[in-house]
Structure formats: C-alpha cells, structure tokens
Write a protein that binds this ligand. Structure first.
Ligand SMILES: NC(=O)c1ccc[n+]([C@@H]2O[C@H](COP(=O)([O-])OP(=O)(O)OC[C@H]3O[C@@H](n4cnc5c(N)ncnc54)[C@H](O)[C@@H]3O)[C@@H](O)[C@H]2O)c1
Length: 376
C-alpha cells in the first residue's frame, strides 16, 4: 500500500453552531485522506478565529482573503469545502476554482439555474474537480440499488416514487431566531425554499438510482405557513426519458416527520425500496418471488456498495460515513489527477437539479412542462 499525504482542505462556513460544516470536517478526515488546514468559518471574524483555534487550523476573517493566501502557500489548501448558505456557493466556488483549487460544495450547487450554468463554465475552464455533496449517494445500499438497476435485475424501470418529508418548518421558527431556518426562507440567501433545500436531494437520488433522466414535470409547489416568502411543500409528477413515470414529494411542513427520505424504484420484474430510517437495508419485492432484504457490508453486494462500508455487517454506519464516501472518492480522484471523481455528483448534476427547481417553481400549477433544458 502506498502512503499518501492527505489532501489539504480549507472550508468556507461551518463555524460555531453551523449544521453541516462540522459534518464535512469529520467526513473529510475520517479515512485520513484529507486534512482540514484552514477556514473562513463564519461571516463573524471572531467566530471564524474561535473555530480555527478549536480545530488547530489557519483561520481567516474573509473567504476571498483565505483563497488567495492558501493558493499562494507552498503548503496551502488544495481543495475548498463550500458550506455556507446558498447565495455564496457560486462566488466562493468560482474564486477557488480560478485560484487553482478543487471544490467540494454542498447543495444546491447555486442559488438559481443561471448561476449554475455560469459555474459549469468556470469548472470546465478550470481543469479542477468540482464535487457536490448529495449525501445520500454515499450510502452503501443506495450505491447497491443503483447497481441492481444498472444490471437490469428489475427489468426496465417503469415507476419511481421518492418522498422527502420533514416537519421542522411546520411553524414560522424563522421569526423566532432559528438560524438554520432564517436564511432558508429568505429568497436572497436561499434562492428557492424546500424544493431547493431537500427537493434537489430527492431529484438527484431518483436519477442516480433509477438511471433515467427527468424530461417533463407537473408541479404543485406551495407555501403553507402564512407569511413565508418561499415554498415549504412540493408535490411533483415526473416523466422520465424512456417512458418511466414518477412522483416526487418534498415537504418541510409535514409535522412530526424528521428526515424521512424514501425511494422506491419499480421495474417490470419487481421493485426496490430504500429508506433513510434504515439506511443499511435495501428491500426488493419481486413480482414472481419472495421479498429480499439486503444488508450493508455483506459479501453478496456489488463492488461499489462493498467498498462504501467500513465496518462488518450489522455494525451501524450512517450519515457521516456516507458523506465520508464522497470525500474519499474525491480525495482519491485529486491524488490520482483524474478528470472526474467517479460516483461523486458533479456540476452537470448541479445544473440538472437547478433546472428541476427553476422549472417546478415557475410552472407550478400550470400542468405538464419540459424540464428546463430538456426537449419539450
Ligand atoms: N448535504 C446535506 O445533507 C446538507 C445538510 C444541511 C445543509 N446543507 C447545505 O449546506 C449549506 C449550509 O447549511 P447549514 O445548515 O450548515 O447552514 P448554517 O446556517 O448552519 O451554517 C452556515 C455557516 O455559513 C457561515 N457563513 C455565512 N456567511 C459566510 C461568509 N461570508 N463567510 C464565511 N462563512 C459564512 C455561517 O456563519 C455559518 O457558520 C447550505 O447550502 C445547505 O443547503 C446540506
């Protein structure tokens, strides 16, 4: 086994109290293939400095200063994790790529579709890697589900149902000081509401596992909590290239729901079900045979699923490990100088997701329309 120095990572966002930045840090470092070396962790310089001190890395008051300084150092960061609210994703990613650094961004890729197209141009010109953390694509059983569909075990895919109910925005907590809620319901900071926050996960998961691309949709995107400026409940019918039909539900007002992502893909011979409540399992129900439950880290799984587990079967792994699979693939691609990072979603997936968001919001209540960018 060759010994490799870990890829040096800087972070923008993820300061004290942030949700996903600390997850990125743990995930990036889990396999020893990446190491956090610097960060502009908060828009508040004191908080950024506090986080840097706590984590023993170089702290910066400003992200553009950080990118310039790190790019200029011999031992500077080679990649940047973007974990700020959505309005900064384009600016930070663009600056990092243009400075010669790779980018691992959290979703959505950008605030809107025009920004995503601009970022795609920047990525292409940069010759650097751009990864998008659609977390759920990192789970072993999601990767196995994808392989099952690709092998044709289910026959041609006919129907995909993906639901993502959350309940945490059932009340207007953005007016009660809930930081994570405040920016998510602000059009200038988030771009879109629930559909951009979790609808994109559902959309990406359906295409990632189903292996088919959405061509047309019929959306009902609405705001349930009075006074909220962005959507908080989305119901979308889908038609895929090749004829498969689908249903996508993303909601943040489904009171009592926690993080209930669930995917069902039905082919001609049977259907599979993966649920985030039991992420180490995959159920297949056959038309002409008994149902099966597959378990993570089992010897009978596909190669991409097997390498995505770190522990023997029956030992629970979860969200951080799924995230870490994306980081491990990304770090290996950087180390090997590859032009893509394998299963890690890229900017093309980011553009598709933003096309989904923009089309669904613009055409809500207006019947069937082509996904922006797909032929009508
Ligand atoms: N993949 C996932 O499962 C997942 C989960 C949650 C959030 N996210 C995404 O991650 C991003 C962050 O979400 P969150 O829930 O962690 O938000 P958060 O509000 O908890 O954290 C945002 C952080 O960004 C910092 N920030 C804001 N402006 C900054 C600036 N100018 N410079 C440096 N830092 C700045 C804030 O200080 C804060 O630390 C969002 O784009 C969100 O969509 C993804």
């Amino acid at each position: 086994m060759t010994t490799r120095e870990p890829i040096r990572l800087a972070m923008v966002g993820g300061g004290p109290g942030a949700f996903i930045g600390p997850v990125h840090r743990m995930a990036a470092e889990l396999d020893g293939r990446m190491r956090l070396v610097a960060g502009a962790f908060s828009r508040d310089p004191a908080k950024s400095a506090a986080a840097a001190q706590a984590w023993g890395v170089r702290g910066y008051a400003d992200w553009s200063e950080m990118i310039a300084a790190e790019a200029a150092r011999e031992d500077g960061a080679q990649a940047v994790a973007v974990v700020t609210p959505n309005h900064l994703h384009l600016a930070v990613s663009r600056a990092a790529l243009q400075a010669g650094l790779h980018v691992m961004s959290d979703k959505p890729a950008t605030r809107d579709l025009a920004e995503a197209h601009e970022l795609a141009t920047v990525v292409a010109a940069s010759g650097r890697l751009y990864g998008l953390t659609y977390t759920y694509t990192g789970y072993p059983m999601v990767r196995d589900a994808r392989e099952i569909v690709r092998r044709g075990d289910l026959g041609a895919v006919r129907k995909i149902v993906v639901e993502y109910p959350q309940g945490w925005l059932s009340r207007p907590i953005e007016r009660e000081g809930a930081k994570q809620a405040e920016w998510r319901v602000d059009p200038a900071l988030a771009g879109a509401g629930c559909i951009g926050d979790i609808g994109v996960h559902a959309f990406n998961l359906a295409e990632f596992v189903g292996g088919v691309r959405v061509e047309r949709l019929c959306a009902d995107v609405s705001t349930v909590v009075p006074g909220r400026m962005l959507d908080d409940d989305c119901n979308v019918l889908l038609r895929f290239k090749g004829g498969a039909r689908g249903v996508l539900i993303a909601s943040q007002i489904s009171a009592g729901a926690r993080n209930g992502l669930k995917l069902q893909v039905y082919g001609e011979k049977g259907g599979l079900t993966w649920s985030h409540d039991r992420p180490a399992e995959l159920t297949i129900d056959w038309l002409d045979g008994p149902s099966q439950t597959l378990h993570a880290a089992s010897s009978y799984l596909s190669g991409p699923a097997q390498v995505a587990s770190r522990l023997p079967t029956g030992h629970p792994e979860g969200f951080i490990e799924a995230f870490a699979n994306l980081y491990r693939d990304f770090a290996e691609a950087i180390a090997e100088g590859r032009a893509d990072a394998g299963l890690v979603p890229d900017i093309a997936e980011g553009v598709r997701s933003m096309a989904f968001v923009e089309t669904a919001v613009a055409a809500s209540g207006q019947g069937w329309v082509a996904l922006n960018g797909s032929p009508a």
